[in-house]
Design a protein around this ligand. Structure first.
Ligand code: ASP
Ligand code: MG
Length: 412
């Protein structure tokens, strides 16, 4: 029998009634002849609540016990989903991560999947079981302790199962009906995409589009898992949602497929650092040791053997970054005349595979921003992405103007 993976996020299993609706959808796929692996998240809000319990009990918590507690939300929904399916006369049973066993590394709270043996579940399918309901987000370490895969990790569980079982497709049911050209809350002309290439989705996910965990997209790309994002709240056809797929499957590649934004960024500049080998390492080593997520980096040549070094990071890490850099200066590892933090910036990015073969995208982006009177503070590019830092108060305007200029607006 062909295997289908169906993943239900927290809002899709938030109540017994929603679990019933999700189970009905599973029943439809079973009736089509699929053996189905259902991956469930915890009921919405549940994981946050469990994280809160842990933090309140023990501020410097033991990560192994954190995982033991926060993984439990998925156990509840897995059992309830199996029971609901049984009530509908669909042969189903639940599996916790360790029962599969889904083996991970020992990095508690952000473990990586190492292995998913398929024999247990395949044997059950052979004995007439139609649905294996698996608790998402969790696994077992080589030491035999429960692990979790990081927030949003059920997406990664789902894609990993689809790869391991060579599933026909991995359907991610969520509370939005697909992947959009930009955030519909910022731009009312945002349009749902029918298809998006893995690489574009990867850029959009890491730029803050929360619909899929970034690692799940990486895995899908590596194993060529056909991923579909769709709503569990609407009636579905086979074409519903957005298909995340190989670029070969997309007829006409967009030059730009999406405009992403990240609101809470900061730009930090070290003024007049020495221009000599080892200075960049001297700056970014203490930052990485302090856990700062440095994003863009620009070095400007200034005069007399000195240079300015600018980088961006999340705004809530500015104080920690300042502390790390001042400590490095006091230790005599680096020297700078001034440290300037601009905490009023945001990042705007345009993403599209078609950029590889089209020139002029950057020029057009800069022109559009200038016509709106928006000053660009930092620019970075990759093969399929151009990002700029601009003043945060222009974020909505910049997104809307770029969305329009790159012909992404929905037909009205
Ligand atoms: N329940 C977990 C979380 O909220 C995992 C998931 O839902 O993907 O992060
Ligand atoms: Mg999620």
């Amino acid at each position: 029998m062909p295997v289908l993976v169906m993943k239900f996020g927290g809002t899709s299993v938030a109540t017994l009634d929603r679990i019933r609706r999700a189970a009905k959808r599973v029943g439809v796929e079973v009736a089509k002849g699929y053996d189905v692996i259902v991956i469930v998240s915890a009921m919405s809000g549940e994981t946050n609540k469990l994280v809160g319990f842990v933090e309140e009990t023990s501020p410097l918590f033991d990560a192994r016990e954190y995982d033991a507690v926060v993984s439990s939300g998925e156990n509840v929904t897995a059992g309830l989903m199996a029971l609901t399916l049984q009530e509908m006369d669909v042969p189903a049973r639940s599996w916790q991560g360790w029962q599969v066993p889904l083996v991970t590394t020992s990095q508690h709270s952000s473990a990586r999947i190492v292995d998913i043996p398929t024999d247990n579940i395949t044997r059950k399918f052979g004995e007439g079981m139609k649905v294996a309901v698996v608790a998402g987000f969790q696994g077992i370490s080589p030491e035999g302790r429960i692990t979790t895969l990081g927030r949003g990790g059920s997406d990664t569980t789902a894609v990993a199962f689809a790869a391991a079982f060579d599933a026909q497709r991995c359907d991610i049911y969520t509370d939005v009906d697909g992947v959009y050209t930009t955030d519909p809350r910022i731009c009312d002309k945002a349009r749902k995409l029918d298809k998006i290439a893995f690489e574009e989705m990867l850029e959009l996910a890491s730029l803050g589009a929360k619909v899929l965990q970034t690692r799940s997209v990486e895995l899908a790309m590596r194993y060529k898992v056909k991923l579909r994002v769709l709503s569990s709240f609407e009636e579905q056809s086979d074409e519903a949602g957005t298909l995340v797929c190989d670029e070969e499957e997309i007829m006409e590649l967009n030059v730009v497929s999406g405009v992403a934004h990240s609101r809470d960024e900061a730009k930090m500049t070290l003024v007049a650092v020495e221009d000599r080998p080892g200075i960049a390492a001297g700056i970014f080593t203490p930052l990485s040791e302090a856990g700062i997520n440095v994003d863009m980096i620009v070095q400007n040549i200034s005069d007399e053997g000195h240079t300015d070094m600018t980088f961006s990071c999340p705004v809530n890490q500015v104080a920690r970054a300042e502390k790390a850099l001042k400590a490095a200066m006091e230790a005599g590892n680096i020297a700078f005349s001034e440290l300037v933090a601009d905490t009023e910036v945001c990042k705007i990015s345009v993403v599209g595979i078609g950029m590889r073969s089209h020139t002029g995208v950057a020029a057009k982006m800069f022109k559009v921003l200038s016509e709106e009177g928006i000053n660009i503070k930092v620019i970075t590019t990759s093969e399929i992405k151009i990002s700029v830092l601009v003043e945060r108060k222009y974020m909505e305007l910049a997104v809307q103007a770029l969305h329009h200029a790159f012909d992404l607006d929905k037909a009205s």
